[in-house]
Design a protein. Structure first.
Length: 201
């Protein structure tokens, strides 16, 4: 059941939906393929899913599943009913500062989200008031990971092998090894794997 829209963008929409048991979810519908859809659309969707799966933090929006049909991607996500920090502060036109204790609390929430992402090797790259949502318990959660990038800290460690005397030798096979592990873990295959590898290499 789809009661109403939560937000709309150029290539997609997020709607509130409810399970027969009454539990609320956010259903994100967006174009993955099509004549007027950017070529990177499917890659961005894969990146967003990978980031949510890899992050695994209560301060990141939960991901429950995704499928694509006739060029349309449908992603089932956690519903965050408290609105964004931008809305909480009155919106762009009438924005007012939050009390200092509230600022410290949401700052800690964002730091916790970043800690989880960075530990998993990801950079968010799009922090804003509208990308921090508040859940039904009042906690802040970071959303919108479509332009996130892998940092590849571990990859950089693999690229150079210390052989003593501060000399380092480039390991040419390390990127391929790291990519194979990453793609296998997220079950990315075929053309999608090729496009995503080109994007992050």
């Amino acid at each position: 059941m789809l009661p109403g829209s939560l937000g709309k963008g150029a290539f997609g929409e997020v709607r509130l939906c409810r399970h027969p048991n009454g539990k609320a979810y956010a259903l994100k519908t967006q174009q993955a393929h099509g004549p007027k859809v950017p070529e990177r659309a499917r890659t961005n969707i894969d990146r967003e899913i990978a980031c949510m799966r890899e992050g695994g933090s209560p301060f990141l929006m939960r991901f429950f599943g995704e499928y694509e049909e006739e060029g349309i991607s449908r992603m089932l996500l956690e519903y965050l009913g408290g609105g964004s920090l931008e809305q909480l502060m009155g919106g762009r036109e009438k924005m007012q500062p939050l009390p200092p204790p509230h600022c410290l609390f949401y700052f800690a929430c964002v730091c916790s989200a970043f800690d989880a992402m960075h530990t998993a090797g990801w950079m968010h790259r799009d922090l804003s008031l509208k990308n921090v949502m508040v859940d039904n318990h009042g906690y802040g959660k970071l959303i919108d990971y479509k332009i996130s990038e892998l940092r590849f800290v571990e990859l950089l460690e693999d690229l150079c092998t210390d052989v003593g005397n501060n000399f380092q030798i480039f390991d040419a096979d390390a990127p391929k090894k790291r990519w194979r592990t990453f793609a296998k873990k997220l079950k990315i295959k075929g053309a999608r794997a090729k496009a995503m590898r080109a994007e992050i290499s």
